[in-house]
Design a protein around this ligand. Structure first.
Ligand SMILES: [Zn+2]
Length: 213
């Protein structure tokens, strides 16, 4: 149906509902900030499929938060909302330029990573199954027992709420758990890697190979 940008004065309410903490938007974004890059047919396809999908996707840019460990860039399937931490920049951990600085993952790639999750949800219909598969140790259900167990150990996680689940998935993956293995590797293979190659950027070898710069 549509992709809309949440007006800045409505972001904090949505952040509060989704994360339970504060996060604000200090400047309104426009279509320019979410437009798929010219050089990326994959990003254009994601954008086009989402605009034709039977659901409205909202995008909330977060410029400030007092709870940086809780508020993350993610896709919340409950609210059909993509949250983007616009106050954080990421680099490809494995790739540095001649001056020794990490090559940046452009914010538009992060945005289309999250829109890729929205596509998994409202276009592909794979999102819930992939999240569930990433959060079980049960091999029959697609779990990866040999790869689970981050710093705190991964236990079976009951899927009470898909929106909350995906945030946990992103967090677990960052910490080294494998909670988000399926949903994120599907997303990277289908969306992020092609976009990076089309934009002549490096690709991260694993989900964890990005770094805050
Ligand atoms: Zn992800």
């Amino acid at each position: 149906m549509s992709i809309t940008i949440v007006p800045k004065n409505q972001v904090s309410e949505l952040v509060r509902k989704s994360f339970g903490v504060d996060g604000n938007c200090t400047r309104d974004r426009s279509i320019v900030d979410i437009q798929p890059p010219d050089k990326s047919p994959t990003a254009k396809l994601i954008f086009s499929l989402l605009t034709k999908a039977n659901a409205s996707i909202q995008i909330a840019f977060i410029d400030q938060t007092q709870q940086p460990d809780i508020v993350s860039s993610c896709y919340d399937s409950d609210y059909k909302a993509v949250f983007i931490r616009a106050d954080v920049r990421y680099g490809f951990k494995e790739y540095k330029d001649k001056t020794g600085k990490y090559i940046e993952m452009p914010p538009i790639v992060l945005l289309y990573h999250e829109l890729g999750h929205a596509k998994q949800d409202v276009v592909d219909g794979t999102f819930a199954r992939l999240v569930a598969a990433g959060q079980t140790k049960d091999k029959e259900k697609g779990g990866l027992p040999e790869q689970t167990g981050g710093p705190t150990g991964n236990t079976n996680v009951k899927l009470e709420k898909r929106g909350k689940a995906i945030k946990m998935v992103e967090a677990n993956s960052t910490l080294g758990g494998a909670g988000g293995y399926h949903v994120d590797y599907n997303n990277m293979r289908l969306h992020e890697y092609p976009i990076c190659m089309e934009l002549e950027l490096p690709i991260r070898s694993t989900y964890k190979d990005i770094v805050v710069i």
